[in-house]
Structures are given as structure tokens and as C-alpha cells.
Write a protein that binds this ligand. Structure first.
Ligand SMILES: *Cc1c(COP(=O)(O)O)cnc(C)c1O
Length: 223
């Protein structure tokens, strides 16, 4: 795989690969959102990607996003921000204010904090429940066997509208079974969105139904 050296050129290559993966899977490219993961990159590196027309970005830390994005958003109307990293309950207020989607909902205390802020701020970010498909002890997310009950808890106890599931397959394993498992759990819970696939595997994720691919280094370069 070869990329142009400039981020804007790499963005075009990634967009082309997303489209090709959709065509190969018999899917409409409009059903896949490319989330350009700009974590650790400064505004100067993000500007060219905005100028090239990209409007959906992912960050993994609330504090970093708060420093970088208000200015960029003001200059580029229609920008959408996704929080893809873990969220502490005490940052729920800032997260609901800043982000249009939260990809790592994984515990009742966070649900409670999010429900409170969503009601208070009258903002409705898309919510994804993170699934720890590899049952990795160091990783965030709900274990696959606990997802049905957790989604029910989100809905019934906290009144949250869950839109989808998110997963990060174990680094050393083939991602396909993890994507397949996540898609299966989403389907049986009536969840339409699937946040899965990163720089190394977004094409495979699209074949398994990803609606949101989170792509960082393939666009911005290595971190
Ligand atoms: C950093 C990150 C990505 C992007 O990873 P790349 O391999 O650079 O594409 C995607 N998802 C999450 C949760 C991340 O933290």
C-alpha cells in the first residue's frame, strides 16, 4: 500500500480504499463514515485534512480535544467530533458538550453521568458500547457475554439511546472473528451502528458491516 506524503493525499487514498471495500462488500459507500483520528497531532497537521473536505474526526482524550478543536470547529463549520478513547465519569459534562459521538461506553457509573448530562445539556451524542471481544484483562469494554444485559441497563435504567457497538480487536490476533462477533451481538440487540476497523484493518471491518471506521496513522502518519 503506498500513500502520498501529504496528509490530504493520504486522506484521498484512504477514501478510495473505503469506497473500494464498500464496493467489494456490495455496500453503499454512504453507509460508512470515515472518522479521521487526529489524536496527538497539532492543529497545523489537521488543517490540511479539513481543507481537503474531511469533517469527522476522532480524539481519545477530552482535555486534548478541548484545547485543539473549538478554534478548528469555528473555522470549519459542520465538523463532527468523536470521542474514541475511554471516558472518566467526572469528564462526562465536558464530553457531552464537545463530542457528537462517544465510542467507549462500558460501565454503569459512566451511563449515569452521561444520562444526567444529556438531559441537562439537551445534547444527544451518538453512543456506542465498547465490547472487549478478546476478553483482555487490561482493556476497557464490556465482555461479549455481558453486552445484552448492559445494553438493556443503558436503555431501561438510564434511558440512554444506544446507537451501536465498538470494538478494538486484540493487537496480535486476526481481526475478522472479532468484527463478526461484534456485528452478531449488535444485530441481536437491534443496534444499527458498528464502530470497528483502524488503519490496518478497516477494509476487513467494512466487509463485516462497520459503519464507522477509525483511521489515524494511514491519514496523519505514524504517531
Ligand atoms: C488511535 C486509535 C485509532 C486509530 O488507530 P490507527 O491505527 O492509527 O488508525 C482507532 N481507534 C482507537 C480507539 C484509537 O485509540
Amino acid at each position: 500500500m503506498t500513500y502520498n506524503s501529504e496528509p490530504a493525499g493520504r486522506l484521498k487514498s484512504v477514501q478510495a480504499e473505503v469506497n473500494a471495500a464498500c464496493v467489494a462488500a456490495g455496500r453503499d459507500p454512504a453507509t460508512v463514515t470515515l472518522v479521521a483520528v487526529s489524536k496527538t497531532f497539532p492543529p497545523e497537521a489537521i488543517e490540511p485534512v479539513l481543507a481537503a473536505g474531511q469533517r469527522v474526526f476522532g480524539e481519545n482524550r477530552v482535555q486534548e480535544a478541548k484545547q485543539k478543536w473549538p478554534d478548528l470547529c469555528a473555522r470549519h463549520p459542520g465538523t463532527e467530533l468523536h470521542l474514541i478513547g475511554p471516558l472518566q465519569s467526572n469528564k462526562a459534562r465536558e464530553a457531552v458538550a464537545l463530542f457528537d459521538a462517544i465510542h467507549a461506553v462500558d460501565r454503569p457509573s459512566l451511563c449515569e453521568a452521561l444520562a444526567k448530562e444529556i438531559a441537562r445539556q439537551e445534547r444527544r451524542p451518538l453512543l456506542f458500547v465498547e465490547v472487549n471481544t478478546g476478553a483482555e484483562p487490561q482493556k476497557a469494554g464490556v465482555l461479549p457475554e455481558d453486552v445484552d444485559a448492559f445494553v438493556a441497563l443503558c436503555r431501561e435504567t438510564y434511558g440512554l439511546e444506544v446507537s451501536g457497538l465498538m470494538c478494538i480487536p486484540p493487537f496480535e490476533e486476526a481481526p475478522a472473528p472479532h468484527f463478526a462477533l461484534t456485528a452478531k451481538i449488535a444485530a441481536r440487540n437491534g443496534l444499527k451502528l458498528l464502530s470497528m476497523g483502524m488503519s490496518a484493518d478497516f477494509g476487513i471491518a467494512i466487509a463485516f458491516g462497520a459503519t464507522h471506521v477509525r483511521v489515524g496513522s494511514a491519514i496523519f502518519g505514524s504517531r
